[in-house]
Ligand binder design. Structure first.
Ligand SMILES: *[C@@H]1O[C@H](CO)[C@@H](O)[C@H](O)[C@H]1NC(C)=O
Length: 224
């Protein structure tokens, strides 16, 4: 972990309570920024307060393709995010995207087909043609970049380890040591994502895991 990752990790701690609407358009469009904390506030390089208003956008489901690419061009969706008053996307991903090369190197086309989503393939061809031949990890990165072009900040959000719907108590993704939730693989995945996006200016933080839960959770591990 380099200092910049640590700073981002520290930032994550405050993100959970920081997502709220902010009405000053000037401040809302805060891009390519390095954020840090000052007491309870998130601030930019000039020490000005930055309020994150994030919308959730899932990429953690079985195909590991950002949802909606068959509906609208990513650029249009990104502009819609801004038009609705958000300045940030909480973009979800499964750890497998960052640790399983035979998954992350599949193309969008291959992954959609493997899940029987022929209609979605046709729809992505119409709305986001260039995406079909990108690998899953490059497609994820392309979404991040397009958001950046539209001045939208991104929080990389680890939702699950094994791609799929989140969350139930017994899906094997809920707590450290669950069937698919190997803590070492998880840390490796977070680290790989941090490395992959270290130089991407609109990526301002990471949230480490969505909704820890399930029968294995216990106070000892929670507060370790
Ligand atoms: C990696 O991904 C491939 C392709 O989705 C899958 O078949 C395989 O089970 C995964 N490996 C692990 C260790 O999860």
């Amino acid at each position: 972990m380099g200092p910049s990752l640590l700073r981002r990790v520290a930032l994550c701690v405050v993100l959970a309570c920081a997502c709220q609407f902010y009405h000053d358009r000037e401040h809302r469009r805060a891009m390519a920024v390095t954020l840090s904390t000052s007491s309870r506030w998130i601030v930019d390089e000039a020490g000005r307060r930055v309020k994150l208003a994030c919308v959730n956008w899932p990429s953690h489901l079985e195909p590991v393709v950002t949802e909606g690419l068959g509906r609208q061009p990513v650029d249009v969706i990104s502009k819609k995010v801004v038009a609705m008053g958000f300045n940030c996307v909480r973009l979800t991903y499964p750890i497998a995207l960052a640790t399983n090369a035979s998954l992350s190197s599949l193309t969008v086309l291959q992954s959609l087909r493997a899940h029987g989503l022929a209609e979605t393939v046709a729809a992505v061809e119409v709305n986001n043609l260039g995406f079909l031949d990108l690998t899953l990890v490059d497609a994820f990165r392309a979404v991040v970049d397009k958001l950046g072009e539209n001045d939208v900040m991104v929080i990389l959000d680890n939702h699950v380890s094994k791609p799929g719907w989140c969350c139930s108590d017994d899906d094997g993704n809920g707590f450290f040591g669950d069937q698919y939730f190997d803590p070492d693989v998880w840390v490796q995945g977070l680290s790989n994502m941090a490395t992959l996006f270290a130089d991407v200016p609109n990526v301002v933080g990471m949230s480490l895991r969505n909704e820890l839960r399930g029968p294995r959770q216990n106070t000892e591990d929670w507060y370790r």
